[in-house]
Design a protein around this ligand. Structure first.
Ligand code: GDP
Length: 613
């Protein structure tokens, strides 16, 4: 077959050969696989009408399109598929209950609390934690491990519910983005005195996209002016119709602050789950599930809270969790008590992993430590390769200028995290006031928030090529490592003006330089020589300054500029080439312009960069 040709670029055709590429691969990855210079692929893409850089991560369609053009069959492999294949190579299947229907047992629902900021998510999780403790524990749940289980009585039967203890959509979406779903039921908290707000709508979208049933907790009914009925009416517009209005969504009026009707909410969760879900899992198999939260404890090492989704996790099991592995040395529950085993829907804190996994990583029990280590190492290697490509085009406050010069961007994107909402707002306001030089470059804040720098922040910054500003906050857990690996620049400040100064300096650096003309010297033409094949040379005397080769020149006749933008192409003293000739000396100057006459003046100059003030 003839090699396809694109505007002169010749690339050997693939003859239908199958190439597997990781999702989000770049032209550079593609080039590596087919042994073609990525620059040629950039040209092919241009030919196809798309401008992409060699290291840019590409959507599946683009990879397919390029593949077709070059006669390759492209298979885009998602990270989940890659992982599945890895586990298959160890004869492990993740995500499926072993055995048949008769092996499945009912398991408690796992609940995430979502809703608009300040509508009472945290307060509700506290209220549930403090009042409905699994039998026998006095004083409420004391430990924060990222999830907890409570018990409630429905129709005379004790029923358990597992709550993910990190409110908000972050945890929910971060896990979903990684193909993991921990949540069975979403509790949507809406303050009755405030009604539907943007994040309420966002929460509904997330839950619907994940196909998770919603229970609506109409909160703050103790507040004067609270109007729970209005909330019901508002939500019908979002497709959430209360049972009393003929729909199938449970609405429960509560006060998280005063502890009113928390039991009613728990009952609604159980009933909703019974009505719309068949939550069962096989407890008799090696455990599998997800990491919910993890950190490094100085004394005890890696502390990872995992949610068992199927099987039973036992002390002594060999497990692999993301790229961490080890043997379960001990397990703690939300009361800080040691437990020997954990069944489906049970969250437990696991001690004994080699390092700290990330939230959303899957965990599974394997045959022995050796298998655990091999899987963990292969995952780690794959992750490292994937990040290398990204890191190679990392944008930092320091290299911002070069990025701009390459014409890639004229906007500095920032993500601000701070210790208090007041300081975040103040910082954002001041940063946006920085005069970045009119329309040439801009600062855009793509996200802001209070609290430690999370994995979500780093993911966002990485995908947008933004810089994270941490004001009195640090990355949580091993996120600083993650940021490094993903090539995300995090800047830490504790004084606002310092942050402003540095961002301002970086932004000024972003500005295209201003050039000004600096006079170098002038020479008067005394004689004109014709040089074959080169043209006319001006035999001149330098009147002032210096005439230097390769500088700019203009030709002036009787005070009028005859020609601009010439170059001092040749410069000679007698028979020798010279780089520069000083005032008072004679020389031959060639400026690539033939209409030179005696008494003309050759003026030379240079464009110098002028500092901005
Ligand atoms: P989140 O941002 O959704 O987690 O909201 P928080 O749980 O932090 O609550 C925001 C504010 O509302 C706090 O000052 C809470 O004390 C208050 N709050 C939460 N629930 C109630 C409630 O039922 N009644 C009243 N009066 N205030 C509440």
């Amino acid at each position: 077959m003839q090699a396809p040709s694109f505007g002169g670029v010749k690339i050997p055709g693939g003859n239908g050969q199958v190439i597997r590429l990781s999702r989000g691969a770049s032209l550079s990855d593609f080039g590596d696989r087919i042994d073609v210079n990525p620059a040629s692929l950039v040209q092919v893409m241009m030919h196809l009408g798309e401008m992409v850089t060699a290291t840019q991560s590409l959507p599946d369609e683009t990879l397919q399109l390029l593949g077709e053009e070059l006669n390759y069959v492209i298979q885009v492999v998602s990270p989940e598929d890659e992982d599945r294949e890895l586990l298959e190579s160890f004869s492990i299947e993740f995500g499926e209950d072993e055995g048949g229907d008769e092996d499945l047992r009912a398991r408690p629902p796992v609940v995430t609390v979502m809703g608009h900021v300040d509508h009472g998510k945290t307060r509700l999780l506290d209220a549930i934690r403090n009042t409905n403790v699994v039998s026998g524990e006095a004083g409420g749940i004391t430990q924060h491990i990222g999830a907890y289980q409570v018990a409630t009585t429905v129709d005379g039967e004790e029923r358990r519910i597992t709550f993910i203890d990190t409110p908000g959509h972050e945890a929910f979406t971060a896990m979903r983005a990684r193909g993991a779903q921990a949540t069975d039921v979403a509790v949507l908290v809406i303050a009755a005195d405030d009604g539907v707000k943007p994040q309420t709508a966002e929460a509904i979208d997330h839950a619907k996209a994940a196909d998770v049933p919603i229970v609506v907790a109409v909160n703050k009914i103790d507040v004067e002016g609270a109007d729970p009925q209005k909330v019901r009416a508002q939500l019908t517009e979002y497709g959430l119709v209360a049972e009393e209005f003929g729909g199938d969504v449970q609405f429960v009026d509560i006060s998280a602050k005063q502890g009113i009707n928390i039991d009613g909410l728990l009952e609604a969760v159980v009933l909703t789950s019974d009505a719309s879900l068949d939550l069962r899992a096989n407890p008799d198999m090696p455990a599998q599930g997800l990491a919910i939260e993890a950190y490094l404890d100085r004394g005890r090492g890696s502390m990872a809270t995992v949610l068992v989704q199927r099987g039973t996790l036992n002390v002594g099991d060999s497990i692999v969790c993301g790229d961490a592995y080890g043997r379960v040395r001990a397990m703690l529950d939300e009361n800080g008590d040691q437990v020997q085993f954990a069944e489906p829907s049970r969250p437990v804190q696991v001690l004994g992993l080699t390092n700290v996994p990330s939230a959303g990583d899957n965990f599974l029990v394997v045959k022995d430590d050796r298998v655990a280590r091999q899987i963990a190492q292969q995952r780690e290697a794959r992750e490292r390769f994937a990040q290398q490509a990204k890191a190679s085009r990392r944008v930092t406050l320091d290299n911002w200028q070069t990025t701009l010069a390459e014409g890639e961007r004229n906007e500095l994107l920032l993500l601000i995290k701070g210790d208090m909402s007041g300081s975040v707002e103040a910082l954002e306001e001041s940063l946006l006031k920085i005069d970045a030089g009119g329309d040439e470059v801009g600062i855009r804040v793509i996200g802001r928030g209070v609290g430690a720098i999370t994995q979500n922040d780093i993911n966002l910054a990485s995908s947008a090529d933004a810089i994270i500003i941490g004001f009195n906050v640090r990355p949580e857990g091993k996120n600083s490592e993650l940021a490094d690996r993903m090539g995300v620049d995090i800047r830490y400040y504790s004084v606002i003006y310092q942050a402003i100064d540095e961002v301002e300096a970086a932004v000024k650096g972003l500005l295209k330089p201003i050039y000004e003309e600096v006079q170098l010297g002038s020479a008067e033409v005394r004689e004109v020589f014709k040089v074959p094949r080169i043209g006319n040379i001006a035999g001149s005397i330098v009147r002032d300054g210096i005439i230097r080769r390769n500088t700019k020149a203009r030709l002036i006749r009787e005070g009028v500029v005859i020609s601009e933008n010439l170059n001092v192409e040749s410069l000679r003293r007698f028979k020798d080439d010279a780089t520069e000739v000083r005032e008072g000396f004679e020389c031959g100057i060639g400026v690539g312009y033939n209409d030179i006459r005696i008494a003309d003046v050759i003026e030379t100059y240079e464009m110098q960069e002028k500092p901005r003030d």
